[in-house]
Design a protein around this ligand. Structure first.
Ligand SMILES: Cc1ncc(COP(=O)(O)O)c(C=O)c1O
Length: 402
């Protein structure tokens, strides 16, 4: 398989271990193992620690431990452990699903812009991928009428991501249901990348129920990376019909075989204490949202954003006449700040910002970003002619049917 370069991942890996203020990250700031154990009552903590230290580090159950699959299955309706395959992050779940479901010449409709993997793997397989575009000028509205016109009798798969990376847009439950019905009516399947599940904006809209709950044409992909700050565990999963899970598992035999045993055990702990982890996440997001709102208001001549409706990501639009890659490189190299270049998503003059970082780091990262902008202005970088930040970053709006 020949596949295009994953632009964002290449860029992130250049800087992510080097900068002090990473405010581009797509997940909530990572927990330590001590943090995870620390949320348990003392007695449980001691018992758990002893169990972890004595866990034989042999190969684990290939599809993920029964404990982990049962806990995950319980987060969906009509789903048992046989419907879950634990994978090396959501990225492996997506990769396996796209490879098992698609063949050369198939037609796919995939949301765009997007986490690049969602379209790139299908293109590498030789599928015809029609983008379902979210456009800045419509506030990144999911236009369901447009989608209807993109699906043909040859469409095998529709790929969505909600809440959305990189815009923070979101499908309502009714919209996701309508897409499911469209897929079923045309004999297609619907792959819903739900990497940002459990990431409601505090006081904001409810997330749509996982697509798996609607029936066998819906495939949900999930992860512990984004909502719980556990990306280093590399634990993701798919929730899908048992035959599809079996086919993906058979393909995975050639790739990673099974999840890491210790990671599987830590994932079980995280899911058992999911409510406490969600509380931690909500507290971080609440603080960072307030910081961000104040910062955008203070620098409204230079920046604007579309706050996320769900998830952790949004686009920062800037007025300076400088390409996003050049700006992002300068921020990283000279200010130790990471904001991802919008060019990786085909959205020039934007930077992707994540609101999951530790609040003090997030606040300092924004201050340093403002300093960089001021320095660039002082050095003679102009504002883009006709740059209209208010028009570039309208409020995120709900789709047609919500
Ligand atoms: C939409 C989306 N899907 C999947 C992934 C992969 O996540 P992981 O492999 O860490 O679970 C990401 C990571 O950024 C993402 O944004």
């Amino acid at each position: 398989m020949k596949i295009e370069t994953f632009a964002l991942e290449r860029w992130m890996t250049t800087y992510e271990t080097k900068v002090a203020y990473d405010i581009a990250e797509s997940g909530i700031c990572p927990m330590t193992t001590a943090d995870l154990l620390g949320i348990m009552p003392a007695e449980e903590r001691e018992r758990t620690l002893a169990d972890l230290l004595n866990l034989p580090l042999g190969y684990s159950e290939a599809p993920g431990s029964l404990d982990l699959r049962s806990l995950l299955a319980a987060t969906y309706e009509n789903t048992g452990p046989e419907h879950i395959l634990v994978t090396t992050g959501a990225i492996e779940a997506n990769f396996l699903l796209l490879n098992v479901l698609l063949e050369l010449g198939d037609h796919v409709v995939a949301v765009e812009p997007a986490y690049q993997q969602l379209g790139a793997v299908a293109r590498a397989i030789g599928c015809e991928v029609t983008p379902w575009r979210l456009r800045p000028e419509t506030g990144f509205r999911y236009d369901l009428e447009e989608l209807e016109g993109l699906i043909t009798s040859r469409t095998r798969l529709i790929v969505v991501n909600t809440p959305h990376n990189p815009t923070g847009a979101m499908l309502s439950d009714a919209e996701l249901g309508r897409i499911y019905d469209l897929a079923v009516a045309r004999g297609a399947r619907l792959l819903s990348d739900e990497a940002y599940r459990w990431l409601e904006i505090p006081g904001g809209e409810r997330l749509a129920a996982p697509i798996r709950n609607r029936g066998d044409a819906g495939i949900s992909v999930g992860t512990l990376s984004k909502p719980f700050g556990l990306p280093g565990l590399r634990i993701g999963w798919m929730a899908a019909p048992a035959d599809l899970v079996a086919a993906c598992w058979a393909m995975r035999d050639y790739v990673s075989l099974s999840p890491g045993k210790l990671n599987d055990a830590l994932a079980v702990l995280a899911l058992r204490h999911r409510d406490r982890l969600v509380e931690r996440t909500q507290s971080i997001v609440t603080q960072n949202l307030a910081t961000a709102e104040a910062w955008f208001a203070a620098h409204a001549d230079m920046v604007a954003w579309t706050p996320p409706r769900g998830g952790l990501l949004a686009l920062l639009h800037y007025a300076l006449d400088i390409p996003s890659l050049e700006l992002a490189n300068r921020l990283a190299e000279e200010y130790s700040v990471m904001l991802a270049p919008g060019s990786a998503f085909g959205l020039e003059h934007t930077l992707r910002i994540g609101i999951g970082q530790a609040p003090p780091i997030f606040a300092t990262g924004l201050e340093r970003t403002a300093a960089c902008f001021a320095d660039l202005r002082a050095a003679g970088v102009d504002l883009r002619p006709g740059a209209d930040l208010a028009a570039a970053a309208p409020a995120l709006v709900a789709g047609t049917s919500s």
